[in-house]
Design a protein around this ligand. Structure first.
Ligand SMILES: NC(=O)c1ccc[n+]([C@@H]2O[C@H](COP(=O)([O-])OP(=O)(O)OC[C@H]3O[C@@H](n4cnc5c(N)ncnc54)[C@H](O)[C@@H]3O)[C@@H](O)[C@H]2O)c1
Length: 268
């Protein structure tokens, strides 16, 4: 039997990058999937977000791997009604939600004095409020099941202050705080809540941030990798490994944890 056979997994921001990698791996391991992506750009973020095309490619792959066991929507995690609707559609189709991976996120690099209200709202809205909206949408069904795994995606910026990222750092520290407090409330119901904190991951987000530091993509990747103790960037399959473990029954004794996967960045 595949390790996620009969499990229902909801993932936000699945069109590309880490979210897509998680979705494909869960599909390979037998899960049924509920996925969303915004598929359009938003104010306060200078790089392009996932596109309809990227989302379609992901959907095609996971639909094939799961024999059609996929519920999907174009949905903005800032909109709590849309996220709740997506979760309800998933519950109607599959009867339960076992795992939530709160992956959707955005970044923008600016010194504190240049951060305007739009930048601030984008960072807090997607990274923090979006995470909460998805938690809120799955808590009732997970409580009824007396089972659930919630995995929030933080960042090294959830563990320490990062220059030119006041708004992103505030949002991701919020995600870590939300994780710790929610773990307490949900523990009596057999639901674990954990947060993973990657360093620099080799995705379109990282490449998209290059112009903000006046670099080309190669220079930006070299700079972001230089923050790590171990050489090189983190790959999406690395974060997927940690997500899979936290989603599995093997992690049953872990809750309220904020895990770094940062190639040693936190020790700098
Ligand atoms: N790439 C990194 O170096 C890095 C480092 C630390 C943490 N992270 C975090 O990892 C997560 C995944 O990032 P990634 O590197 O795969 O980036 P990415 O930009 O490649 O993928 C993020 C996906 O989320 C989607 N998304 C953005 N806003 C959304 C919204 N409002 N509603 C629904 N979907 C939305 C995007 O369209 C995109 O498809 C994010 O939470 C990010 O903050 C990334």
């Amino acid at each position: 039997m595949k390790s996620f056979e009969n499990k229902v997994v909801m993932i936000t921001g699945a069109a590309r990058g880490q979210g897509r990698n998680h979705a494909v791996k869960f599909a390979e391991l037998g899960a049924k999937l509920i996925v969303c992506d915004i598929c359009e750009d938003i104010e306060g973020v200078t790089y392009s977000l996932g596109t309809e095309e990227q989302f379609s490619v992901c959907l095609e792959e996971i639909t094939h791997k799961t024999n059609g066991q996929v519920v999907s929507a174009r949905c903005d995690v800032r909109d709590s009604t849309s996220v709740t609707r997506l979760a309800e559609q998933g519950i109607k189709r599959f009867g339960r939600i076992d795992v939530l991976v709160n992956n959707a996120g955005v970044c923008n690099i600016k010194p504190a004095w240049e951060i305007n209200d739009v930048d601030w709202d984008a960072m807090i809205g997607v990274n923090l409020t979006g995470t909460w909206n998805s938690c809120k949408a799955v808590i009732p069904v997970m409580k009824n099941q007396h089972y659930g795994r919630i995995i929030n995606v933080g960042s090294i910026a959830a563990m320490k202050g990062i220059p030119n990222l006041v708004h992103y750092t505030a949002a991701k520290h919020g995600v870590a705080g939300l994780t710790k407090a929610l773990a307490i409330d949900l523990a009596p119901y057999g639901i674990t809540v954990n947060c993973i904190c990657p360093g620099s991951v080799d995705t379109d987000m990282l490449a998209g941030l290059a112009p903000e530091i006046e670099a080309d993509v190669y220079e930006a990747k070299t700079l972001f990798a230089s923050y790590h103790l171990l050489p090189g960037l983190i790959q999406p399959e690395d974060t997927t490994e940690l997500v899979m473990w936290l989603a599995s029954d093997a992690s049953r004794s872990v809750t309220g944890a904020v895990w770094n996967m940062d190639r040693g960045w936190a020790q700098r």
